[in-house]
Design a protein around this ligand. Structure first.
Ligand code: ADP
Ligand code: GLC
Length: 520
């Protein structure tokens, strides 16, 4: 079936000219060409930390002299005018079943540094949500992200951009490694391009009805238990793990956890098959966007040297969230997707008990599971002036909560990396975390005899353990304020540098390239 061009402004299709999309700085000699293919990238479209990472890592790579670029969908919610997103050309993407899908290719430059290509396709991305809407997940997500992944290859071809590496993220772009190894579009120019697949969260694998398989358009021999097949369905992440040249997970501890049956959530056997190619690299923190010294979204700027402005931020948070103006009461912040992964069962058990027995306030920002949304509506009504909630997504309020809170609650059942605990530390807001994944790697537990540490950790995944830890923080707040000051100072001094992480990714890219070119 032939589809008409996706954009009304489209001109001729697929001209083969050498185009440099408003690229601010070309790669240094010897630098790599790296193309990120992702479903989210802040600030254009973001649901969680994936969007933050896809925005920050290419910037860090460019600073190291590599030519990193991004391909992502042009969702209907993205404001083209605000971000200067311009039409480039239309392109034809060849999917399975001889289906030709016309797309519009648009471009912009992220943070004046990273060229971004957007895939415009009314059929798949012209809707209000990213993955879902309040009534549920889009049932054609396999088709939507198959198209995005294939479109990324087509854009490389049409734009004469031959990356050394294509870097895919989670199940949404797990088909990039698949297409790279199976694409035979007449002597593919990408036959030397390696692939790296980053696992941000193995809890989401892209399991879909087999009816999407013909659209992906590869042979039925790949519908095998080690590759696509998953109890009669298709599993996009599993296929990506089979085909990719290298795999990364977003923290060293998480890279170990996913090799175990519990942490691997069904993927452990396949990850163990690829263990030699799996590396854990801790995410960084983008201090261009998350820094109380320069943050324009908070009431008062402050720094580790002069932390006085934090009190004004706390007063602002209390005002905005309808909390009593009490400087002396500790405020516990939450900014989260409302998903089981984040430990809301523990919170539901521990918070009402803590509010009944301790002097504390809670400010919540989040959206997701309706049962958790209802819980916070109930909690806010039950403890007026002590609990405030905003059910929704607001980047501005996420900064307000980080800056104004004293403690940050993140009792995740599992956490591949977690960014909010890193933001919290920079804002002098002490994270309370369960010792799992990236939370364990990035937070040092409070030592009550020395006052050392950067937050509070507990291990047991129970409401009781969280309740006890909240009790520990509240008693520290009232009984050992000098320790709170010391913890805050240590937390604010932490440096989760994207530059270090980017260097580690470059090592992975180089190994993947060697593998792809058969030199290892
Ligand atoms: P995850 O990716 O699993 O959701 P992370 O801690 O890695 O967890 O990243 C979450 C990101 O999403 C952070 O940037 C956080 O501030 C943001 N975020 C989560 N929920 C909201 C919300 N309701 N409003 C604004 N930002 C949010
Ligand atoms: C995922 C994980 C989170 C991680 C983020 C960015 O959403 O749940 O822990 O920080 O990806 O890598």
């Amino acid at each position: 079936m032939r589809k008409s061009p996706a954009s009304k402004t489209s001109t001729a299709k697929g001209q083969h000219r050498e185009r440099q999309p408003s690229s601010p700085a070309p790669a240094a000699p010897g630098g790599l060409k790296i193309l990120f293919v992702a479903s989210e990238c802040a600030p254009y479209a973001k649901v969680g930390g994936l969007g933050d990472v896809v925005a920050a890592l290419p910037k860090a790579l460019r600073k190291l002299g590599h030519d990193a670029r991004i391909v992502m969908p042009l969702y209907a919610s993205i404001n083209r005018e605000k971000y200067g997103i311009k039409f480039v050309k239309s392109a034809c993407v060849h999917m399975g079943g001889r289906e030709e899908q016309w797309i519009g290719v648009f471009e912009a430059v992220l943070d004046k540094q990273v060229p971004v290509w957007f895939v415009d396709c009314q059929r798949y991305f012209g809707r209000p949500g990213i993955y879902d809407e309040p009534w549920g997940e889009y049932d054609d997500n396999a088709f939507r992200y198959a198209l995005l992944s294939k479109a990324a290859l087509q854009i490389c071809k049409d734009e004469n951009f031959t990356p050394d590496v294509m870097h895919a993220h989670d199940w949404m772009t797990s088909l990039v490694p698949v297409f790279l190894k199976t694409w035979d579009r007449i002597l593919s120019p990408l036959s030397n391009t390696a692939s790296v697949l980053t696992i941000h969260n193995v809890g989401y694998q892209g399991k879909y009805h087999i009816s999407a398989f013909p659209y992906i358009g590869i042979g039925w021999e790949y519908y095998a238990p080690d590759i696509f097949e998953d109890y009669g369905k298709i599993n996009l992440l599993k296929a990506g793990l089979w085909f990719t040249d290298a795999i990364t997970a977003v923290s060293p501890t998480y890279a170990r956890e996913i090799l175990e049956p519990l942490g691997g959530q069904g993927m452990a056997p396949y990850l163990n098959n690829r263990k030699a190619d799996l590396v854990g690299i801790l995410n960084g923190c983008d201090y261009e966007h998350w820094n109380p010294e320069t943050d324009r979204m908070i009431a008062h700027k402050y720094s580790a040297r002069d932390v006085r402005g934090k009190a004004a931020c706390k007063a602002d948070l209390q005002k905005r969230f309808g909390l009593q103006q009490r400087e002396d009461w500790p405020v516990f912040g939450i900014v989260s997707r409302f998903a089981d992964q984040k430990g809301f069962n523990l919170i539901k058990e521990a918070l009402p008990r803590a509010l009944n027995t301790m002097v504390m306030q809670v400010a919540v920002l989040g959206t997701g599971d309706s049962s958790t949304e209802n819980f916070f509506h109930w909690l806010t009504a039950k403890y007026p002036g002590r609990v405030g909630s905003y059910i929704g997504f607001s980047t501005e309020l996420s900064h307000v909560v980080e800056a104004g809170s004293d403690f940050f609650l993140m009792p995740s059942l599992y956490e591949p990396c977690g960014l909010n605990q890193m933001y919290s530390m920079k804002y002098g807001t002490l994270p309370i975390v369960r010792a799992t994944g990236g939370l364990d790697d990035s937070v040092q537990n409070y030592n009550q005899s020395t006052g050392e540490g950067t937050g509070f950790k507990f291990l047991a995944p129970t409401g009781q353990a969280l309740y006890d830890t909240i009790g520990w923080t509240v008693s520290t707040w009232f009984d050992r304020p000098h320790h709170i000051a010391k913890l805050r100072e240590s937390a604010m001094a932490q440096e989760f540098s994207w530059e270090d992480s980017a260097r580690k990714y470059v090592e992975v890219y180089e190994r993947a390239i060697k593998k792809r070119r058969g030199t290892t």
